[in-house]
Design a protein around this ligand. Structure first.
Ligand code: FAD
Length: 788
């Protein structure tokens, strides 16, 4: 999502996109807290709903039906989504340590990261067994297991699949895997009897937390389905193809799935949070941790001090409401409420074949109708996270006006709240008097139209953390700041200059910083130049000093990573306040003054082939994102493509004799192609079926969603000789789709094309494709001919 129009006063960070946090997001979406920014940090964009997981394994549901799209949910909730793994918490400085980005600051933190079977305590289990959690990783292993079963050579005899753990999760897993794999083998004309299933548990019974009737029912089902059950079989070692139990027995196992009692991840140990024996976070009935009032936890990872709770999705779901309420109350400085989990709860446990058993306290009943009932409940639950009111015409003048009015109203309310707080009210975010003053001034500036410079202390603190790459040709740069930078141009070199600047299109300053820098560098690479120095122009919306500083640190941190990787020294810049976050760079590059290595737009030769190094579709995807219409994983993949540098791509193209090159940006594929054919005096053929496309790009244009720049680009259709023949082609609108940090479009001699594509793919441009060829200029006015 785009950054919010209101100043950020408090940061609530949700670590993990589990069942509790998706509920919290929905509740804050329905009732936003003015001035509150929510950030979700999660290792997975698609978060699995555990209730439907066995149905997915059985093949009754598709991947999308059982996953909540965190990208869309966060867009709907106006929350930021950081796709990353949390590996630590610096509680003293209120920062979350992530695997792949700078620390993320929080005012209030909530953890809902699920639990993991404790494989690390059993010899060999970590490397040889498949833990069922995290569920998202399990999915990859499950898909691999299906392949293995399909390809299992008959001469090896039966393939044995063992499940360790006979709680509800283990039993559902063994039955749903068996159902699915037997069907898979049957479909291949093989005998389902080629598979053997074994269930082991250290306990003396299956389903220890359920009533005897339910246990008996499942014992019968397992027997009827030929699943071998071994109780009092505590697995203490896993070796290739074999499980060893404490009492000396061994069991064959070609694949082992681990569904035993779960605990917390190792990284929690170093946080100093109070943990239980399994490494889960101890929480009060208010879901607040025992030793840090700023940290809450819910779901499997929370260990309820009042009484032990089963690690079940049903509790994680139920905790969402009290958690959201207490997070709100904590932010407002109000008294927290205690959560009293139900003592008896309904478990609907499926048998894989569209049949389920209901278990509640001493009650139990079963039938196909129970499965249908469960199916209805589960689908209803999922609908709450998949169906949002749409945002028609995002970017249209009418909607922009409405958004501005809404923002002004919200800011007015926020201002009233903050002023009321000064009079002793506590109905809003609990700010210190200094923060209230800063907030009032920030709101006044936003409403009045800003334009001032950012405070020197904020700037020096934020920029002081940057470490630009050092270059001997930078005589005066950020390391010894002055009125301007002084840079030497080495003998025999000429300067190649470019500038780019744009508004933030995502609410993730770190990734935005990376994209903006990468986009700006693209022009230098496309020319065959070597980036030398960059100066930045930054616009940040006014806000609390700490938030502005954090924003700058994150954004410039992302940018500097990209600039440093390109050997480009950041030597200066200007930061001002403005209505929207925006970032641009003026970049100087070096090129030999005889211009031998220059790749211009005008060198295309008939007979060359046309290469594109990255897929297209960023314009439509981000327009769809603004309307919650793009899947989170599409946006995630598009961002990954946007931060992929064109540096080595340009070098590979140059060494393979590229005759012309440009980087794809706002004019779209066709616009840039025409910019090349015209000065080259050639025509081009574009083969539609070979165009590399970002996932979801066709879906978005087919839904009629295009970027606001598209109409201007479409005017160029007059450059197409046979546009009429392709109007119905779903890929046609993407010819005009504006790109941000797009790939390189180049013409390469046909003889070099194969090797060039191979080298580009090996260098990480895996979507590189030959998308057409260059022909001699014809009599036709239109230079581009589309081919199927
Ligand atoms: C096969 C099987 C079937 C089950 N069926 C049922 C059922 O029918 N009903 C039921 O009530 N329970 C069921 N359960 C139990 C249920 O899966 C868990 O109790 C439930 O998933 C816990 O939810 P949660 O919200 O705590 O965490 P999760 O649903 O596990 O979500 C955790 C989230 O945190 C993210 N995450 C993890 N680590 C990090 C990190 N370091 N940084 C950032 N993000 C992170 C993950 O990507 C994930 O999005 C089943 C379990 C299994 C194994």
């Amino acid at each position: 999502m785009k950054p919010s129009a209101q100043p950020v006063l408090r940061d609530l960070v949700l670590v993990g996109g589990g069942h509790s946090h998706v509920g919290v997001l929905r509740m804050f979406a329905m009732k936003p807290e003015p001035g509150l920014r929510i950030t979700v940090i999660c290792t997975d964009i698609d978060t699995p709903y555990s209730g439907m997981l066995p149905g997915y394994i059985s093949g009754h549901y598709s991947f999308d039906e059982v996953h909540i799209d965190l990208g869309r949910l966060c867009a709907f909730a106006g929350a930021r989504l950081y796709h990353d793994a949390v590996v630590g918490i610096d509680r003293q400085n209120q920062k979350i340590i992530c695997q792949n980005r700078p620390p993320v600051a929080y005012d209030l933190l909530s953890i809902n990261i699920g639990s993991t079977p404790q494989v690390r305590h059993v010899e060999g289990a970590q490397s040889l067994a498949v833990p069922v959690k995290p569920i998202a990783q399990f999915n990859q292993r499950w898909l691999a297991l299906m392949d293995k079963a399909r390809q299992w050579p008959v001469h090896r005899g039966r393939m044995t699949i063992a499940v360790v753990g006979a709680g509800a999760g283990g039993i559902e897993l063994v039955l749903s895997m068996q159902y699915r794999l037997r069907h898979e083998l049957k479909a291949l004309g093989r005998s389902p009897e080629d598979l053997k299933f074994v269930l082991l548990t250290s306990g003396d019974t299956i389903l220890p937390t359920h009533n005897p009737g339910v246990r008996k029912r499942f014992a019968q089902v397992l027997q009827e389905r030929n699943v071998e059950v071994h109780t009092s079989a505590e697995v203490i070692q896993v070796s290739p193809g074999c499980l060893h139990t404490r009492d000396g027995r061994t069991f064959d196992a070609d694949e082992t799935m681990w569904v035993t009692q779960a605990g917390g991840p190792a990284w929690l140990q170093s946080t100093g949070l109070a943990l239980d024996k399994q490494g889960c976070i101890l929480v009060h009935p208010q879901l607040q941790t025992l030793n840090d009032p700023l940290v809450f936890a819910a779901g499997d990872i929370a260990s309820f001090v009042e009484r032990p709770l089963e690690k079940a999705g049903v509790f994680a779901v139920r905790m969402a409401k009290p958690l959201a309420e207490n997070l709100r109350r904590s932010l407002r400085g109000q008294k927290l409420l205690a959560y009293d989990p139900q003592r008896h709860w309904l478990a609907l446990i499926s048998t894989g074949n569209r049949f389920a058993v209901a278990s509640r306290g001493s009650l139990g009943f079963a039938g196909a109708w129970v499965w249908r009932w469960k199916d209805r409940i589960d689908r209803e639950f999922m609908r709450r996270f998949t169906e949002f009111p749409s945002m028609p015409g995002a970017g249209s003048p009418g909607q922009a006006g409405a958004q501005v009015r809404e923002a002004v109203q919200a800011m007015g309310q926020l201002l009233k709240d903050i002023q009321a707080q000064g009079k002793g009210h506590t109905t809003q975010l609990n700010l210190t008097s200094e923060e209230s003053l800063q907030a009032i001034s920030a709101i006044a500036m936003r409403c009045g139209g800003c334009g001032a410079k950012v405070g020197a202390s904020i700037l020096s603190r934020a920029l002081g953390q940057l470490q630009p790459v050092e270059r001997p040709d930078v005589l005066i740069g950020l390391h010894s700041p002055d009125d301007a930078a002084v840079v030497r141009v080495p003998a025999g070199m000429a300067v190649v200059q470019t500038v780019d600047f744009f508004r933030a299109f995502i609410d993730d300053p770190y990734v935005f910083g990376k994209v903006a820098a990468n986009h700006a560098l693209g022009d230098i690479f496309a020319m065959g130049g070597e980036p030398q120095t960059a100066t930045a122009v930054v616009t940040v919306p006014p806000g609390l000093e700490s938030k502005v500083e954090d924003l700058l640190t994150q954004m410039m941190g992302g940018a500097i990573e990209v600039l440093n990787a390109a050997g480009c020294a950041l030597v200066g810049g200007h930061t001002g306040e403005g209505a929207e976050l925006a970032l641009g760079f003026a970049i100087n590059g070096l090129i030999d003054e005889k211009m031998h290595s220059v790749m211009r737009k005008g060198g295309m030769q008939p007979g060359d082939v046309l290469l594109l190094t990255k897929p297209i579709g960023t314009g439509t995807l981000f327009a769809a994102h603004a309307r919650y219409a793009a899947k989170g994983r599409w946006i995630d993949a598009a961002l990954k493509s946007m931060v992929l540098s064109n540096q080595s791509g340009a070098e590979i193209l140059r060494t393979h004799g590229a005759t012309a090159c440009t980087d794809l940006t706002g004019f779209g594929l066709l616009g840039h192609l025409v910019e090349m054919t015209r000065p080259s005096g050639v025509d081009a053929e574009l083969t539609m079926s070979t165009l590399p496309l970002l996932d979801g790009a066709v879906d978005c244009v087919q839904a009629g969603i295009v970027s606001s720049l598209q109409p201007a680009n479409v005017r160029l259709r007059r450059a197409l000789r046979n546009a009429d023949e392709f109007l119905g082609d779903p890929r046609y609108p993407l010819l005009f789709d504006p790109q941000t940090a797009g790939g390189l479009l180049a013409s390469v001699p046909a003889a070099q094309a194969g090797a060039c594509v191979q080298a580009l793919k090996a260098a990480g441009y895996v979507h590189t494709a030959i998308i057409g060829r260059i022909t001699a200029q014809s009599q036709a006015i239109e230079p581009v001919l589309l081919k199927t």
